[in-house]
Design a protein around this ligand. Structure first.
Ligand SMILES: [Zn+2]
Length: 239
């Protein structure tokens, strides 16, 4: 709101006198300060789910993926000066979601529930889980440390991230990857299969190792998008 009023002031009242310049500079500083405060993590934050979500919300990400919330995306275009006055009307701004991106907004423009929102919301726990694993592995990629509780799955994350350039600071990209993993239904079982396949096991051997039918392995592997497949390595017989 202060940013809007400031723009208004610059367009109408501002005479570029030293006093006007000081006024504009002061408001710019205050807006910057308030934004930084909003983004700051609370010092004593318990690692409860709500606190995490709040911290993420302040950073402007959609709760369900790596896109900015509608509001944050809008404010970014305001900051870039790409918005005309009509778009700055208050009522328009208030309709924007602070929690979700355009794709994951709960209600569609016609008032109906958004299927993409419901689907993503159902898989929220899995999304948070994959995001945490990706984050841990990304932070130190020289050893498997996704901490999934299963060495095959940990190895999958280790090898998967070796083929990626993501850094822990690439929060948007990490969130996109986690969302894609969940939406592609890349289950832990499928990650185990991919890891065994990458270690040189054929489908019958994978089936035996996991105690399932070979057809199930074949079907599951065929359903996995190419981007999640690992490059084959020399067989090490480690598993
Ligand atoms: Zn989203």
């Amino acid at each position: 709101m202060q940013r809007q009023l400031l723009r208004q002031f610059i367009k109408t009242e501002d005479k570029q006198t030293p006093r006007d310049q000081r006024f504009v500079a002061t408001l710019e500083s205050l807006i910057g300060l308030v934004w930084d405060c909003a983004c700051k993590r609370p010092k004593r934050s318990a690692s409860t789910k709500g606190v995490n979500l709040n911290a993420q919300r302040k950073h402007g990400f959609c709760e369900l993926c790596g896109d900015l919330t509608e509001f944050a995306a809008f404010m970014a275009t305001v900051a870039e000066g790409q918005v005309n006055d009509a778009e700055l009307e208050d009522n328009k701004k208030l309709e924007l979601s602070h929690q979700y991106c355009t794709r994951h907004k709960p209600k569609l423009a016609n008032g109906e529930w958004n299927p993409a929102y419901r689907q993503a919301k159902r898989s929220l726990a899995q999304f948070d889980l994959e995001l945490a694993r990706l984050g841990r592995q990304c932070a130190k990629r020289s050893v498997p440390q996704a901490a999934s509780g299963d060495s095959l799955i940990d190895s999958y994350f280790y090898h998967y991230l070796l083929g990626q350039t993501m850094q822990p600071a690439d929060k948007a990209e990490l969130r996109h990857q986690a969302r894609l993993m969940v939406d592609s239904k890349l289950s832990d079982r499928k990650k185990q299969m991919l890891m065994l396949q990458c270690s040189g096991f054929n489908q019958s051997e994978i089936a035996r190792r996991l105690g399932i039918e070979r057809q199930a392995v074949s079907k599951a592997l065929a359903s996995i998008p190419e981007i999640f497949h690992l490059k084959k390595r020399k067989r090490q017989g480690k598993f």
